[in-house]
Design a protein around this ligand. Structure first.
Ligand SMILES: NC(=O)c1ccc[n+]([C@@H]2O[C@H](COP(=O)([O-])OP(=O)(O)OC[C@H]3O[C@@H](n4cnc5c(N)ncnc54)[C@H](O)[C@@H]3O)[C@@H](O)[C@H]2O)c1
Length: 312
């Protein structure tokens, strides 16, 4: 039977790839809500989706959408995604990342939505001495962004306990790929490629020894699709490659690929940034029975091949 999926933030980076993945399956019909604050309509203009432009904090508009549409499932991507902005303006971060979600949860219960898939983040863990991080490990965010994501997770679990709403919480590691903007939580690969191709200098924040677990966006979109397809229920799962690479190594790799001869400068460490990140993806493999198809090298190759000039 045809399922109707609402993808919030569907005109954004990960959202638009998720839209694309669902549209490969004729059993899904996709509706997108996005206020285009960081997303772009052109990211989805070629796709067969119903698009609504408004802010999720506007509950009246949101309710009129729910009322008319019989939504089966929701993939909630809409959020402010910048760690830096969350540190400068925690109120804005909480408004975007928590209030919008509460509207979605309230209306999901009222209109009988079957399931919500929430895009959480590695930022919920904070700094940990032992890596890789597993889903049962302590969560102690180092940024307001991480805190608002963790709070979102807890709202979802309480709505589930109280009203039976089913959920999947995915904690993505650092995602990269085409259509990613040059700012935000994890735009380092898009910033490096943008600057290297233009011949501009590169700025590395901190000493460059901080590590990240980079995952290609197509693997994220596939995990989102498989979670609904395989009826995953009430699980918190890391979506990652379980590989750790430091920013200096990433720079070297990309500089070689792009024959970059420009300058590299080191700047102050970013407030709220974690030092090391690597997420265990055992649960993804065992429960969802998928694993990433791309490693960092093949993912960067795919990205550089498909990267459009408008990714600049
Ligand atoms: N990019 C990453 O590495 C990464 C890692 C972990 C988690 N995530 C999460 O994945 C999700 C998608 O991130 P992304 O990298 O694609 O970012 P993005 O900025 O490209 O996507 C967010 C989308 O949400 C929209 N939006 C924001 N606030 C809105 C609101 N109040 N109402 C309606 N639309 C709104 C934006 O216009 C944008 O299209 C976010 O929830 C983010 O926290 C991203």
């Amino acid at each position: 039977m045809m399922e109707r999926v609402l993808i919030t933030g569907g005109a954004g980076f990960i959202g638009s790839h998720t839209v694309e993945e669902f549209l490969l399956d004729p059993n899904y019909e996709v509706i997108v809500v996005d206020n285009l604050i960081s997303g772009k309509y052109e990211n989805i203009k070629d796709f067969d989706v119903e698009f609504h432009r408004f802010d999720l904090r506007d509950k009246v508009q949101l309710e009129s959408l729910f009322k008319g549409k019989n939504i089966d499932c929701i993939i909630h991507h809409a959020a402010q995604i910048s760690v830096r902005d969350s540190m400068e303006n925690p109120v804005y971060d909480a408004e975007q990342n928590i209030l919008g979600l509460i509207n979605i949860l309230d209306l999901s219960v009222k209109y009988g939505v079957k399931k919500i898939l929430f895009s959480s983040s590695a930022a919920v863990y904070g700094n940990s001495k032992t890596l890789p991080l597993s889903e049962g490990d302590d969560t102690w965010p180092q940024s307001f962004y991480g805190l608002s994501k963790l709070t979102g997770e807890n709202y979802i679990k309480l709505y589930s306990e109280l009203y039976g709403l089913k959920y999947v919480i995915f904690r993505y590691s650092n995602v990269y790929g085409e259509r990613q903007s040059n700012r935000g939580e994890a735009g380092v690969i898009s910033i490096f490629s943008h600057n290297m191709i233009k011949g501009d200098s590169i700025i590395i924040e901190g000493d460059g020894e901080q590590t990240r677990d980079f995952i290609y966006v197509k693997d994220i979109a596939r995990a989102n699709y498989m979670a609904l397809k395989n009826n995953l229920e009430n699980e918190v799962i890391n979506v990652s490659t379980n590989n750790e690479v430091c920013i200096n190594e990433l720079f070297e790799h990309m500089a070689k690929k792009l024959s970059y001869k420009g300058k590299v400068f080191y700047d102050r460490e970013r407030h709220g940034d974690i030092k090391r990140s690597r997420l265990d993806n055992g649960k993804l493999k065992n429960i969802l029975k998928i694993e990433p198809r791309y490693n960092l090298e093949s993912g960067i190759d795919a990205y550089l091949k498909k990267r459009a000039p408008r990714d600049n």
